[in-house]
Design a protein around this ligand. Structure first.
Ligand code: 4FV
Length: 251
């Protein structure tokens, strides 16, 4: 996958993209990553990439020319671009695992990162997709772009490799993940659940499904609303309701 990021701070990507799994993926040629500064494409004498907002108001707005010129210089006519051009902004579609899955099927992604108050509205004409990583305001689009890049790249075949599989991820089946345990069997008096030491894979599967349902019911009941539940899931949820009721009432 080719990933191009348009940003005023390309060095912000140096760290995350040259460590651990992302570094290995780049070294293996599974990802080709480039962070490109669009300030050199500013046409004004002082190389301004931002300007005061028409109609007044606080803050500065990113100018369209530097971003359009940088992108067209790098990929040609954006309308002919075979990949996806993505604008990171709080007004974008909330990012989900499902969106990560669909973006991971692309061969080329371009991320446009803003700063200051945001983008001149005409920059939005460039984007196939506008994505938000959450309902809060950051200083720039770089961290959001890194979040999306990380979530997408780990889904690429060969990226996670032995480091783990994304099949059992939270949200991969719409539920939060079940609890995980590893050695030691007892830590400060707290034991690993016996079922996980039983070697009985069906009992383990059932325990993990029930605990994933319990955690989702306790922490993200909204996720259960849209999730297709099996008969077994419904039985587990009845048990969980009873057990949690007993926990809270002690009865
Ligand atoms: C953001 C978000 C975000 C807004 C103004 C950058 C900042 C500045 N992007 N999800 N939340 N962007 O806060 O994606 O330009």
């Amino acid at each position: 996958m080719d990933i191009l990021v348009l940003t005023l701070f390309p060095e912000m990507f140096a760290g995350p993209m040259s460590q651990s799994i992302m570094k290995k993926a780049r070294d293996k040629g599974l990802i080709h990553f480039e962070a490109m500064d669009y300030r050199p494409y500013a046409t004004s004498k002082h190389k301004n990439v931002d300007d005061i907002p028409y109609g007044g108001g606080a803050g500065m707005v990113l100018k369209p020319e530097p971003i359009f010129s940088a992108l067209e210089d790098r990929i040609g006519d954006p309308a002919q671009f075979p990949g996806k051009i993505i604008l990171m902004s709080p007004q974008g579609r909330p990012f989900t695992q499902e969106m990560a899955n669909s973006l991971s099927r692309e061969t080329q992604l371009v991320f446009v990162c803003g700063h200051y108050e945001g983008f001149d509205e005409r920059i939005r004409a460039l984007a196939h997709e506008e994505i938000s990583i959450g309902d809060y305001v950051l200083t720039g689009g770089e961290l959001p772009a890194m979040v999306v890049i990380d979530a997408v790249c780990r889904l690429l075949p060969g990226v996670l490799g032995e480091a783990g599989s994304h099949e059992a991820d939270s949200f991969s089946d719409g539920l939060l993940e079940h609890p995980h345990y590893t050695r030691p069997r007892v830590f400060r008096g707290r034991e690993v659940p016996e079922v996980l030491l039983s070697g009985n894979h069906e009992r383990i599967r059932k325990w993990r499904r029930k605990e994933a349902l319990r955690r989702t019911w306790l922490r993200r009941r909204d996720l259960l609303k849209t999730l297709p539940l099996t008969k077994e899931d419904q039985k587990f949820l009845e048990e969980i309701h009873r057990e949690e009721e007993e926990n809270t009432t002690g009865k």
